[in-house]
Design a protein. Structure first.
Length: 268
């Protein structure tokens, strides 16, 4: 019997569902408009990143490799090959350019994801923020961390690397820029940046992991300012049996310490 064809979208949804099933009361969150919006963002952005990865690794890069082979065969069999001063390495530039352009697209995907994530989190916490006169994610990041959250890519190694390559392609024809990224040790600045397929694949995986962590960090930023309010204000939203418990205040203080650890990237 023929084995059913693997469907990556099914795998994605199943994997996310398994992870969300571990989150306490996530089913209740899903019943709200705010929760649905955040969940839809997760599905959409994760699916887009998976599709982007498949597009380059399964189609664009193999096509670029095929074009190298085809071009080399044409050069080798040409009756004018003695006039053609072309090496096989020079023909590989088409592959290198394809991968470099992949970094441009990858960074644009990240920027779009970050914008949507911040918007969805602000929407999720809108009522809580309005009740307590709290700041939006963007405003709080400027006040607490002195950063523009939409320009925060240099705080994370993977996004700093992807942005560096992307800017080199967009503004310097693929050549290294004045401030060399530390990942490229002693590079030849007379040649364009070269990244192989496996490294590109690894960078996509690293970005996907970063996006998952960033979601936790952005939501944590939203709750951090709430838990930083005077305890008497926080008590109003607690269940009656928790309001007078000494342990409750201690737990909130512990939560704040954990928040600081989760958000350590933003304090660089």
């Amino acid at each position: 019997m023929r084995k059913p064809k693997h469907n990556p979208i099914d795998s994605l949804v199943e994997r996310l569902s398994e992870n969300f099933a571990k989150v306490k009361d996530f089913d209740k969150l899903q019943e709200s408009e705010e929760g649905k919006r955040l969940f839809d963002l997760i599905i959409k952005s994760s699916s887009e990143m998976e599709n982007f990865q498949a597009l380059f690794l399964n189609y664009y890069i193999p096509s670029a490799n095929k074009s190298i082979v085809d071009s080399w065969n044409q050069v080798s069999k040409s009756k004018y090959k003695h006039l053609l001063n072309i090496s096989k390495d020079e023909l590989k530039e088409n592959l290198h350019e394809t991968i470099r352009l992949g970094y441009v697209g990858l960074f644009h995907k990240y920027e779009s994801y970050l914008k949507s994530l911040v918007d969805a989190t602000n929407f999720l916490l809108k009522e809580l923020n309005e009740e307590n006169n709290l700041l939006t994610i963007e405003e709080y990041c400027k006040k607490e961390f002195k950063i523009n959250i939409f320009k925060s890519h240099n705080h994370f190694n993977i996004t700093k690397r992807i942005n560096y390559i992307s800017n080199a392609v967009k503004h310097n024809d693929g050549y290294h820029r004045e401030e060399i990224h530390p990942d490229f040790f002693n590079p030849d600045t007379n040649n364009r940046i070269v990244v192989d397929k496996e490294t590109f694949k690894s960078d996509i995986e690293r970005l996907k992991s970063h996006c998952q962590l960033l979601m936790s960090q952005i939501i944590t930023i939203g709750f951090k300012q709430y838990f930083g309010l005077n305890y008497e204000i926080i008590k109003k939203s607690l269940k009656p049996e928790l309001k007078e418990s000494v342990e409750t205040k201690e737990k909130i203080e512990e939560i704040m310490k954990n928040f600081d650890f989760i958000l350590s990237d933003f304090k660089k």
